[in-house]
Design a protein. Structure first.
Lengths: 347, 472
């Protein structure tokens, strides 16, 4: 098979023209940021790869408004480093690696702080996309509260670029409180001593509680626990391995989900959220976990897998409303040129 | 008439209203715009809603969903006629304390949900001022806000799944209690769609734990500028209070005259701040806010000493609109939003518009997130004043847009702001939204003529011919 052509547009207009041409000529296009979320779904081999690397500029950062407008190709890590100088955060994944803003938004992956500060979806205020047929469509706005028209800006979160290539995102920033601490717990249940912690994470090493607030607050709260207290927030890396998974269950089933993972699986469980990030050497036992998760209204999603291993659907049972989803995608990408096969149901 | 006969057969005679007085009662919501419904239907469950949708579709009759009718943008006014579907009979609440969620019928009143969740130590975060009357169905339709959405976000952040009756009477459930439902987020699209994509009959909502500590501060300032500066500096300090609400002097006087809550009527602006958390935390947070307020020249800083005192202060805020009755028989309440950094200049310009036209303008608003609610008190029976009020309203919205704002922060577009959509979005943006509407509602029966202006779906797209020299 011919290797796809890689194009790195320097502007929105160039991208719009390219997609207009792809639509007319029936060429398939895959959008790539940092390449960290390319293991999802069953994407088709594209004719053209569009890199967002040169759509990476900061359009505006208003520290007093707590908003950031940025291109999709900006690296999450670079942006967080910039924002931290003013004590602010986008509340996106803590260890993003090479992940870009566009990639994180398109894949809909979230921060470990999501139980307290909400998932990525709730941090998006405005998006501009180029649709599959080359229209430049804006939705939402650069204010923190907005119900002007359909909530299309957040609809792009987790859509894997199927509705359009994200070319600009406005994110709601959050101020970092002056003090924080990480507390070792003997059991996830111990976290109930605090009403709304920043996060309660469990991995093979144990359970940790993350707190932030004023100095007096953090000091008083940590004194409630017998376990060791470290200043600051020591976030774990996502588990890594040949197979990577996202296990999603109603929050009350988080402990049971952890108990069901085979010994060979590494994991980080987000208590109170119901998300378990896992990695494993092979896929043994995965179908039993999926069956259990789906019986509880949850999911076991393949995040990454070794090449050529596609013996089962990476998403599991198809979600409801597939026909509507297909029609919605066609409204934005009539010739279906963009990122085909990433979404469940072969969309 | 066929529609009425079929509705009666489906719902029973007593659940279909057709008498002139009844139709008049349901001919508008809390906005100033009235329609003329053919019938008002009270389905008792989801299946009956589906039946009404099928009848509407088969007879080509518009269908307008309505909860308590507290909407201010005419979203539930049947301005195109047709069937008003009142969801207030769908009243079930099923709380799952372990998952901190609840399946809630569309007709459940917002405050009743929090009351039902209270024995489990839980509450529903969105709290519009109308929360004693407005329904969950309406909150979902409008993606409603409220003072406590500053820290926790609007309704969309608290809806995990929706049960919705779609075109054809199909009942679907989008979303789940488990995080990150797979595929396109149809749940998120339905929230805030103002009944134009389908009718939400139930919602799975997130409930938050009631935090043990709470402090409510009432601070008086010489003027709106000093109060606004306090708002900015509080947020810059790393604190996002649960709520940060402002009232100007005219509003404070109107409320105090009626409520006698001891509000500082001599202050040019009053800021109501609330912090929640652990007992040890809220004390120190309140101190941070109080010291920022004093540094900005606060003339008074009062911290509510007990739950009754706190309730009284909030009653002053949430009943502010009721207090207007002593000034004029009617009021026009606006909802616009600007970036927080543009708050002060926007307020100045808004007052200038009111002063120029001799209008009685009062302000009470969500200062923390830049969501303004300028209110003009007037007598609607005077057509000259009415016209002046309407024009001033348009000017206020335009000025908010010029200052980088949006058309609505929490009330929705409905019919009220439909024609202004073109001043906020480009034709290509509106066309995309119109395509979305078409996918859900090809027959155009769900709340027609709302949200999108006529002609939105006529953007002429040339298909992006490449300019000379471009990469191809």
């Amino acid at each position: 098979m011919r290797a796809p052509e890689v194009v790195t547009p320097v502007g929105v207009e160039e991208l719009a023209v390219l997609l207009g041409r792809a639509t007319r000529e029936g060429l398939s296009v895959r959008v790539v940021g940092g390449g960290t979320h390319s293991g999802y779904g069953s994407p088709e081999e594209p004719d053209i790869v569009v890199s967002t690397a040169k759509l990476a500029a900061v359009d505006s950062w208003e520290p007093d408004d707590l908003t950031l407008v940025v291109g999709p190709g900006a690296r999450v890590a670079d942006m967080e480093a910039m924002l931290s100088e003013r004590g602010q955060s986008m509340v996106l994944p803590e260890h993003p690696g090479d992940a870009t803003i566009g990639g994180v938004v398109a894949a809909g992956v979230s921060s470990l702080r999501r139980g307290r500060l909400y998932p990525t979806r709730d941090r998006v205020l405005e998006t501009v996309v180029v649709t599959g047929d080359g229209r430049v469509v804006r939705s939402g706005g650069r204010v923190v509260k907005n119900v002007t028209g359909y909530d299309l800006s957040r609809f792009h979160v987790g859509a894997f670029g199927s509705l359009g290539v994200i070319v600009s995102v406005c994110l709601k920033l959050w101020p970092a409180p002056p003090a924080s601490a990480t507390v070792t717990l003997s059991d996830p249940g111990e976290a109930n001593l605090v009403a709304r912690p920043l996060a309660v994470l469990q991995d093979r090493e144990g359970t940790r509680l993350y707190l932030s607030g004023t100095d007096a607050e953090v000091e008083a709260l940590t004194s409630r626990f017998a376990g060791s207290v470290a200043p600051g927030l020591d976030w774990p890396e996502d588990p890594d391995g040949p197979w990577r998974w996202s296990l999603r269950v109603p929050p009350a089933f988080t402990s049971e989900a952890v108990d069901r993972l085979p010994e060979s699986w590494d994991y980080v469980a987000l208590h109170g959220v119901g998300e378990v990030r896992a990695a494993s050497p092979d896929d043994e036992g995965a179908m039993a976990i999926r069956e259990w998760a789906e019986s509880r209204g949850g999911r076991l999603v393949v995040v990454d897998r070794p090449e050529g291993q596609a013996s089962f659907d990476p998403w599991g049972r198809p979600p409801p409303g597939l026909d509507l989803q297909r029609k919605l995608i066609e409204a934005f990408d009539p010739a279906r040129v963009l990122n085909r096969g990433f979404l469940p149901g072969g969309l | 008439m066929d529609v009425i006969r079929r509705l009666r057969a489906a719902l029973g005679d007593h659940n279909v209203m057709v008498e002139p007085l009844e139709l008049h009662l349901y001919s508008k919501d809390a906005s100033l715009m009235r329609g003329k419904p053919t019938a008002v239907a009270f389905p008792q469950d989801t299946e009956q809603v589906a039946e009404v949708v099928r009848i509407a579709e088969q007879t080509g009759t518009p269908i307008v969903a309505r909860g308590a009718g507290t909407g201010l943008a005419a979203g539930a006014s049947p301005t195109e006629g047709g069937i008003v579907v009142v969801t207030t009979a769908i009243q079930d609440i099923d709380i799952d304390p372990d998952n901190r969620t609840a399946w809630v019928g569309a007709g459940v009143i917002n405050l009743d949900l929090s009351h039902a969740a209270a024995p489990h130590g839980l509450y529903f975060a969105p709290d519009p001022s109308s929360q004693q009357a407005c329904t969950i169905g309406g909150n979902v339709a409008n993606n409603s806000g409220g003072p406590h959405c500053l820290a926790e976000g609007n309704t969309t952040s608290h809806v995990l799944a929706v049960e919705v009756v779609l075109a054809g009477g199909e009942v679907a459930v989008f979303g789940s209690a488990a995080p990150d439902p797979i595929g396109l987020d149809l749940r998120g699209l339905v929230v805030g769609s103002e009944g134009t994509l389908g009718i939400v009959t139930r919602a799975l909502v997130r409930l938050l734990p009631v935090e043990p500590g709470i402090r409510t501060l009432l601070m008086g300032f010489p003027d709106v500028i000093a109060a606004s500066a306090t708002v900015s500096q509080v947020i810059a300090s790393g604190l996002v209070p649960a709520a940060l609400e402002m009232m100007d002097q005219r509003m404070t006087m109107a409320v105090e005259n009626w409520l006698h809550a001891g509000l500082p009527v001599e202050a040019g602006a009053v800021l109501l701040a609330e912090v929640t958390g652990e007992e040890e935390g809220v004390e120190s947070q309140a101190e941070v806010i109080a010291s920022i307020a004093r540094a900005n020249g606060a003339t008074s800083v009062e911290i509510a000493q007990d739950p009754e005192h706190r309730a009284l202060l909030w009653k002053g805020r949430k009943s502010a609109f009721g207090a207007i009755a002593q000034l004029a028989p009617d009021y026009y309440l606006h909802d616009a939003v600007v970036p927080r950094t543009r708050l002060v200049e926007t307020m100045r310009e808004i007052y200038a518009i009111a002063d120029r036209d001799d209008l009685v303008m009062l302000n009470v608003f969500h200062a923390g997130d830049g969501n303004l609610h300028p209110l003009i008190a007037f007598d609607a029976s005077d057509p000259v004043t009415y016209e002046k009020v309407r024009k001033a309203g348009d000017e206020i919205v335009s000025l908010c847009l010029r200052n980088g704002g949006a058309l609505s922060g929490e009330h929705g577009i409905g019919l009220e702001k439909r024609e202004l959509m073109g001043s906020y979005f480009e034709p290509v943006d509106l066309d995309a939204q119109a395509r979305l509407k078409e996918v859900f509602d090809p027959g155009g029966i769900f709340n027609p003529a709302k949200v999108l202006p006529q002609g939105s779906r006529c953007f002429d797209f040339a298909g992006g011919r490449p300019p000379e020299g471009t990469w191809v």
